[in-house]
Design a protein around this ligand. Sequence first.
Ligand code: UDP
Length: 244
Amino acid sequence: MDHNRKTLLQVPVDGYQIADFMSKIEESFSNPRVATIFAINPEKIMRALRDPELLSALKEADFLIPDGIGTTVGIWLIHGERIARTTGVDLMGRLLDLAEKKEYNVFLFGSAPEVIDRASTKIVRAHPALHLVGIQHGYLQKNKHEALIKKINELNTDLLFVGLGSPKQEKWIQRYKKVLQVKMCMAIGGSLDVLAGRNPRAPISYQYLGLEWLYRLISQPQRFKRQLVLPKFIFEILREKLLS
Ligand code: UDP
């Protein structure tokens, strides 16, 4: 597969528009193995630098979407190339449209029980012909995961969405992708919370200005600690730039 793959502080990122991601993902469905899709943001990059298991899961992924302004600005600073942002929620929406059109079987895994119930109701309302074959909340006991994989396979799932937060979801997918008989597996973080209306998305004006992080900071101040990683990320980018 031809790839416009760049590296940002050791972490690969694919520089495509959302439409190109969609056609490449569709092409990959004819491969016998599972196509894996992860979103890359500064927080995940900084974590991967001190978590070799996460870094290797990211390096082995088929599609790494540039989620968030920090990623695209980082690519621009290091490689001098402007790439478009593709958020996980947007790509998931497109994949659900595709699944509805092509009658693919979809399974949703992750988030709190009430969140996945609400999100799946909303998804089915928006995609009435969707084959949503199963849902499972993300607080399953450890010893039930093998049975879950069996169920996902028996239901002939084509598209599996996993929202366990990072790095749990990436490690889960990395661990089970060899036994999953699905066409595609995407890590969706807190997208089900967004779809359920629990953590609404930033208004369009914030999205347009690339300030979704600021909106999240204002609306969920408890995430403040997580965003302290941003200055460190910018520092690392500038250091790499100066040393190159
Ligand atoms: N989550 C889960 N199981 C866990 C831990 C987390 O299902 O053991 C869910 C949590 O309920 C939330 C999502 O994972 O829906 C994580 O959301 P967050 O916004 O932290 O993820 P991000 O998008 O930042 O990766």
